[in-house]
Design a protein around this ligand. Structure first.
Ligand SMILES: [Zn+2]
Length: 170
């Protein structure tokens, strides 16, 4: 398993709901945990490893009730706005400003199949919104401020130029 980089087409697909939490899911989540740890990332969505299902991992200290793996997640409430820099493991080296809600309420299933409701703010809320976007084929460059987008346009072209279509299927 590898993290796939922009502009891999899997990043533009709408991911499918996960219908069963079986051994295969556990194994893949374990591998994703390893990748996020190695990359020192905050969030990783399944499509970023070529697995087009509605699941992501968010690894931030704080208020996510000790959960890191969220399945079939839905945001139910968004409050406030905050324009801050963020990055993405599928765009190594790229940062840009994105407007996100300041606080969110959301629902998801845990890896144990339990339905949970969470309230998040700060980094956790930003990460949630970023990862939900991944499940809908939306990338942070789509929402970046025009100035940020302009500032990284050369780097994006470089990603596009060097893309070899070598995504490893899972
Ligand atoms: Zn991302």
């Amino acid at each position: 398993m590898n993290i796939v980089n922009y502009p891999d087409p899997v990043l533009r697909q709408r991911a499918k709901p996960l219908t069963e939490i079986n051994k295969e899911v556990y194994l893949k989540v374990e591998e994703m945990m390893e990748l996020i740890y190695q990359a020192q990332g905050i969030g990783l969505a399944a499509p970023q490893v070529g697995w087009s299902v509605r699941l992501f991992i968010i690894d931030v200290d704080g208020d996510l009730h000790g959960e890191k793996v969220f399945i079939n997640p839905v945001i139910t409430e968004e409050v406030g706005e905050l324009n801050k820099e963020e990055g993405c493991l599928s765009f190594p080296g790229i940062m840009g400003k994105v407007v996100r809600a300041q606080r969110i309420k959301a629902q998801a299933y845990t890896l144990k199949g339990q339905k949970i409701e969470i309230e998040a703010e700060g980094l956790a809320a930003r990460a949630w919104q970023h990862e939900i976007d991944h499940l809908n084929g939306c990338l942070f460059i789509d929402k970046m401020s025009p100035a940020s987008r302009l500032a990284i346009s050369h780097q994006l072209k470089e990603f596009e130029r060097s893309y070899k279509g070598t995504r490893i299927p899972v």
